[in-house]
Design a protein around this ligand. Structure first.
Ligand SMILES: *Cc1c(COP(=O)(O)O)cnc(C)c1O
Length: 454
């Protein structure tokens, strides 16, 4: 059978339940800790920040499958299932015997997989009678996705967007406002954390960690408002499992099993979702698939970070998570993959990496854009810079197959499109793009700020 270039599942093949990978792990991820008491956070404590249903999901390490609410399924149907594509043209260009597939999540206005978690988060907030949500956004994809979901489910939204990004990507602001949300460049004078930071560093361009602090402060000090986060958390990986479940269904239909699955890793949500079905098999000894996380060399949480408890934000107001981290004060050097500039990593993926189920690679951004351009020319989709990290390693794996003559089946996650990142492409095209790699001293200084938890 000639495998089709694009395999579209039909609506009935969208999973009706999310897969909770924690239920399959021998070593569960360590619990979130209350930074004051250093004891595991309780449901009551989390309920002050998140919606109740989401707090429950955050703490549930045992239920293997969780029903997707009907209204969320209805929303998913407008942009899911996402296609699985065989990259015939890229394979030919590389002259590789490998088969390359990608699962494409860029087929919605947010331009990324983030809508998969935005929808349930907005839905649960509405169902609980909340009238408002707050969040942060770095590159703008999460803010866009959440603005879309909030517009649909009928709930107000305030987005704190890292100031430099809001200046670099004015059209992200325009989309977010088109969907009816308020956008505030962070740091701002709307919160205590923001005001304190502005006083100390009036010219700062902000950071994701700071925007998180502002969004949390805003939520806890506003009536009927909850905070939501687009990555890192267990609940977000749960929602993103639709990607990996669809992947497995599609691969089963075409009668293939991946040898290697590759995804970019910022906070870990798309990768956690992409690998979930096959990882649950690997954890039960049913396959021996390799899973590879790809991160920027400028923000190398897995490959150069430490597996330790740390704050999720700069302002130190969130719970502590045990994860691979570069330190909550780490500010990565300039890198155009805004969605991969986070100091920490999903506690679930961190545990899997520590236990040897996941590999990690750090790549430099000039090599990433080289891969992105090659991919765009042969496969038509212009990748988001974040997604292009996975493209880079998929190409490297395919080239290794050419060397060795092996015909592997390579699958990667193409998380989104790069139409808002043309400044980055421009910088690459004109030869002005540079690679920033932190030196050991810089990382040590930042890691010295980790909280001590004994
Ligand atoms: C946010 C984003 C990422 C990184 O986030 P994860 O939580 O690690 O998945 C990757 N790709 C795109 C297109 C994004 O918007």
């Amino acid at each position: 059978m000639k495998i089709p270039t694009k395999l579209y599942l039909d609506e009935t093949q969208i999973p009706r339940q999310w897969l909770n990978i924690r239920a399959f792990m021998k070593t569960r991820p360590a619990p979130l800790l209350n930074p004051g008491t250093l004891r595991p956070v309780t449901l009551e404590e989390l309920n002050g920040i998140f919606c109740e249903e989401l707090s429950k999901q955050e703490l549930d390490g045992v239920t293997p499958y969780i029903d997707i609410p009907e209204p969320v399924l209805e929303y998913y149907k407008m942009f899911r299932p996402s296609p699985l594509v065989r990259a015939y043209s890229l394979e030919k260009a590389l002259g590789t015997p490998a088969k390359i597939y990608y699962k494409f999540e860029g087929n919605n206005t947010s331009g990324s997989h983030k809508l998969n978690s935005a929808a349930p988060q907005a839905y649960y907030a509405k169902a609980q009678g909340m009238t408002k949500l707050s969040t942060e956004t770095g590159a703008g994809q999460w803010g866009t996705a959440l603005a879309m979901a909030c517009a649909y489910f009928g709930i107000d939204l305030t987005v704190f967007m890292v100031k430099v990004s809001s200046e670099q990507k004015p059209y992200r602001k325009a989309i977010i406002e088109t969907y009816g949300a308020d956008l505030i460049p962070s740091p701002s004078d709307k919160t205590g954390v923001g005001r304190a930071l502005l006083e100390e560093f009036p010219d700062t361009g902000g950071s994701l960690g700071c925007a998180i602090s502002e969004a949390v402060e805003f939520a806890v000090s506003t009536e009927k408002c909850r905070y939501v986060l687009g990555s890192v958390l267990n609940q977000v990986l749960l929602h993103q499992s639709v990607v990996g479940l669809e992947l497995k269904t599609a691969m089963d239909i075409i009668g293939e099993e991946p040898d290697v699955i590759i995804g970019c890793a910022g906070g870990g949500s798309n990768l956690g979702g992409l690998v979930c079905a096959y990882m649950s098999g690997r954890l039960r000894g049913r396959n021996n698939i390799r899973f590879i996380a790809v991160e920027p060399a400028s923000c190398p949480s897995f490959t150069r970070g430490r597996f330790a408890y740390d704050f999720c934000d700069t302002g130190k107001i969130t719970p502590l998570a045990k994860m691979y981290t570069l330190g909550h004060g780490f500010i990565p050097g300039a890198n155009h993959a805004g969605g991969l500039r986070y100091h920490g990593m999903s506690p679930i993926l961190s545990q899997l990496y520590s236990d040897g189920y996941l590999e990690a690679r750090a790549v430099e951004q000039t090599k990433v854009f080289e891969a992105a351009s090659l991919f765009a020319r042969h496969e038509t989709v212009l990748p988001a810079p974040e997604s292009a990290h996975a493209v880079r390693v998929a190409i490297d794996e395919a080239l290794a197959c050419k060397e060795s003559g092996e015909s592997k089946t390579i699958v990667f996650g193409l998380t989104g499109t790069g139409y808002f990142d043309m400044r980055a492409y421009q910088s690459y095209n004109s030869g002005q793009m540079a690679d920033f790699i932190p030196d050991d001293g810089e990382l040590q200084r930042s890691l010295a700020g980790l909280p001590s938890v004994d």
